[in-house]
Structures are given as C-alpha cells and as structure tokens.
Design a protein around this ligand. Structure first.
Ligand SMILES: Cc1cc2nc3c(=O)[nH]c(=O)nc-3n(C[C@H](O)[C@H](O)[C@H](O)COP(=O)(O)OP(=O)(O)OC[C@H]3O[C@@H](n4cnc5c(N)ncnc54)[C@H](O)[C@@H]3O)c2cc1C
Length: 401
C-alpha cells in the first residue's frame, strides 16, 4: 500500500468494513449470480439475493460512497473513494451491491449537478435509494461517437414536447428491468456552434416509442441482466420539462460527467487486477508441472513480478489523479485523468491476460472470473472515450505547453 497517499482514518475504517462484507457476502455470492445468469429461464431478471445484499449493505452504511455530497452521499474526497472503489472493483458484482456502480453513479452525479428540483425528486432520489436503475445514451451506430460533436440524434421541440426519433447503441444498463430512466444526448440546434448543438433530456424507459432493439455482446458476454443494448426511438415524446440544465449544454454535461467517472473505472480496474495477481500467485504456488510448482518457472515469475510492478504504477497514478482532482478540479486534473484512462485498462488487460495464461484452459472458462473480467477491462479501452483519444489529447496538451 502506498505511503505517499496514506489512507484517512475514515477510509481505513470503511475499507475494513467493505473487506469484511465482501468476504462474508459478496465473493460467496459470485457463483450463484453466475449460475442465475446462465439459466435461460432466469436471464434478464434480477437474482433476489442481489436485492437482499443491497439492503444489508445499506443497513451497514456501506452505501452511495461515491457521491462527494455529504447529505446525499458519503462526503468522501476522490482520493478517499479511490481506495474503496479499488476494494469493490475486486468483484464484478460488488459495486452494485453498494449502490456505487456505473452508469448509475455518473447519472446520479449529473442529476445532482444539473437536475432541477422536480427532476431530482422524481429520478435522483429513487436512484440514491437503489430502487431503480438508469442508463446514459450518447453513442450512435451511424457516427464516430468518440467525437461528441458528431452526435446526431434529433431532439426536436414541438410545442411543450421534445420529439426524438433515431438510434443509440451500447447503452449500458438499459436491458435491466429496473432501468426506468435514460439520459439521452441529441441535437436541439443543428445550426449552432458544434459544442452548443447538443442537449440532454430525460426519457423514461416506459415512454411509448422507446424500444430495446437488441442486446450487444462483448466477446460473447451480454452482461445480463444489465446489458449493453441498441435502442430505437420511434416518435418518442417527452415534456420540455425533461430537459437537463439548458438547451445547448449537452457537451458541457458530458464533459462534467466523465471526469470523476473515468477515475472510478480506473480504481475498480486496479482492484480487479490485484485480485488476478493474487490468483496467479496462488496458482503458481500449488500447480505442479513437470515435477515443479509453476512458480519455479521463469515465465510464471515474470508474469507475477511484472504484474505487481504495473499494478503499483497504475495505483500511484490513479491516486495522484484523484488527489489532483480534489485539489484542482476536473480542469486542473485533465492530463492526469487522461493518463490514468490510458494506463489502467491496458494494465488490467495485460495482468488478466497473464493470469488466464497461468490458469491454463480453465483460465479462459466460466470456472474463473478472469475471462469475463478481461472482457470488461478490454471494454474500458473504449467505453466513455477510446484511449487513443486520450493519447491524442495528452500529446496535444504537451505540445501546446
Ligand atoms: C462495453 C461498452 C459499454 C459502453 N457503454 C456506453 C454507454 O453506457 N453509453 C454510451 O453512450 N456509450 C457507451 N459505449 C460506447 C463507447 O463510449 C464508444 O464505443 C466510444 O466512445 C467510441 O465511439 P465509437 O464506437 O463510435 O468509435 P469511433 O468514434 O468510430 O472510433 C473508432 C476508433 O477510432 C479511433 N479514434 C477516434 N478518434 C480518435 C482520435 N481523436 N485520435 C485517435 N484515435 C481516434 C479510436 O481507435 C477509436 O476506438 C460503450 C462501449 C462499450 C464497448
């Protein structure tokens, strides 16, 4: 653990409680969740155990830890939350149990920062309570969506309503039966400056004309019951009161949403990679090939040692980004956020790949968490914004300086 960024008393206490909760309830539930998901009769439904673990976590005060607001959330700094997100990131099912999972966290931050009082009552409160889930629909199949100014879905004002027709895809979480609200980005003023064309509107999933067209898969994983879906909007009408913030602020909200959220993903990836490293060490100690434990082999030693170096590098960079975010805000931390978004998913992919290799055939199968974790880590080289876009932005920032 880093001496450069010592844990606060509060973080240490919360982390210990999270660790105990995960050992007692979360890791033991992983198999049941996986089996639930593999059962064709129960796919795209919610295991009752999930809701009961949520209630238990909430009763223990391990809830909404991500939100810096002390009234609605835990009031933690990014640097403090980094340690807790790392802990939760060790299990693919943990974050949701503590109401700290994407995309709800980013959506709650948006509603908290930009939502009107009425929007907060209707949507933020039930999200904070963990009663509903939400999704964020920005990416479109027909345009290069890593450039937000390309977003083209028309949002047309007609009297007291906005009318939306078109397609979104990769909308994470919109397959979940508990997903009740979408934050949809589209174009309200095609003639405006490219950064002022878009707006965001709240679209209840139950609105007539909203349809899940299909579930997308990442290397064969559809991540049911939350999913990543393609959405069709067919003459969808919502009241103008569903506009978030003001017309033309879509780009601004998207930028604000991605700051801390990106870091959360990185924190979780460090926890996931750390768990993979621990699994590698365990395997290398006990698995015997050609008369020797795998750990006696140079290749296993290299896999373990390199992974430890890379995880620690990424951890320090993430903590540095979190500390800078706390001290100087999104703008001041821009380069560091970009750096960790480049580094963390690549690091996690490299570590998970080594871990799968050391686990042999089983490492690629459903018997270990590694293959699904790899698919998730690989996705994070793309989700939010592709890492190449961060590379280009970071280089531009250096060249300009
Ligand atoms: C599992 C998963 C979950 C997702 N969840 C969501 C979600 O909930 N909501 C949502 O709206 N979207 C989501 N996305 C979509 C994701 O944000 C986009 O895929 C991403 O922003 C890239 O957009 P695109 O797919 O249109 O790729 P494009 O914009 O077509 O880009 C393709 C490639 O071109 C390269 N490239 C583009 N621009 C540059 C540049 N400036 N410099 C260098 N290289 C560049 C990159 O290699 C990039 O990957 C998710 C994606 C995945 C895989």
């Amino acid at each position: 653990m880093s001496e450069l960024f010592p844990m606060s008393e509060r973080t240490r206490e919360l982390d210990a409680r999270l660790a105990a909760f995960m050992a007692a309830h979360v890791y033991p539930a992983e198999t049941e969740f996986a089996e639930w998901d593999r059962d064709p009769a129960r796919r795209w439904t919610i295991p009752p155990l999930l809701e009961s673990l949520k209630s238990r976590a909430r009763a223990e005060g391990l809830w909404n830890l991500f939100l810096p607001d002390p009234v609605h959330g835990a009031g933690l700094k990014n640097l403090e939350y980094a340690r807790l997100a790392e802990r939760m990131g060790r299990s693919l099912i943990a974050s949701e149990i503590f109401n700290c999972s994407a995309p709800d966290t980013g959506n709650m931050e948006v509603l908290h920062q930009f939502g009107s009082a009425a929007q907060q009552t209707q949507w933020l409160n039930p999200l904070l309570e963990g009663e509903i889930r939400s999704a964020f629909a920005m990416t479109e199949p027909d345009v290069a969506s890593s450039d937000a100014t390309n977003i083209a879905l028309p949002i047309v004002r007609s009297g007291d309503e906005y009318v939306i027709t078109g397609r979104k895809w990769w909308t994470t979480g919109a397959g979940d039966p508990r997903c009740k609200i979408l934050i949809v980005m589209g174009v309200t003023d095609p003639g405006a400056d490219p950064h002022r064309r878009q707006s965001m509107v709240l679209v209840p999933m139950a609105t007539p004309g909203v349809r899940v067209a299909r579930a997308l898969q990442v290397f064969g994983y559809d991540d049911a019951p939350h999913g990543h879906v393609e959405l069709a909007f067919e003459d969808v009408r919502v009241p103008v009161g569903n506009l978030l913030h003001r017309e033309g602020s879509g780009f601004e909200i998207a930028q604000a949403r991605l700051g801390p959220g990106r870091i959360h993903h990185c924190m979780r990836l460090i926890g996931l990679a750390q768990r993979a490293l621990e699994a590698m060490v365990e395997r290398a100690r006990h698995r015997v090939a050609f008369g020797r434990p795998l750990g006696d082999l140079g290749m296993a030693q290299e896999a373990i040692a390199l992974s430890r170096c890379e995880i620690e590098q990424a951890r320090l960079l993430t903590l540095q980004a979190a500390a800078t975010l706390d001290a100087h805000g999104n703008k001041g931390a821009k380069d560091l956020i970009g750096m960790i978004k480049i580094v963390a998913p690549r690091m996690a992919c490299a570590v998970l790949d080594r871990a799968m290799q050391l686990h042999g055939g089983g490492g690629l199968s459903q018997d270990h968490f590694l293959a699904q974790a790899y698919a998730g880590a690989r996705s994070l080289r793309l989700a939010d914004v592709p890492d190449e876009v961060h590379i280009a932005a970071l280089a531009r920032s250096m060249l300009k300086a």
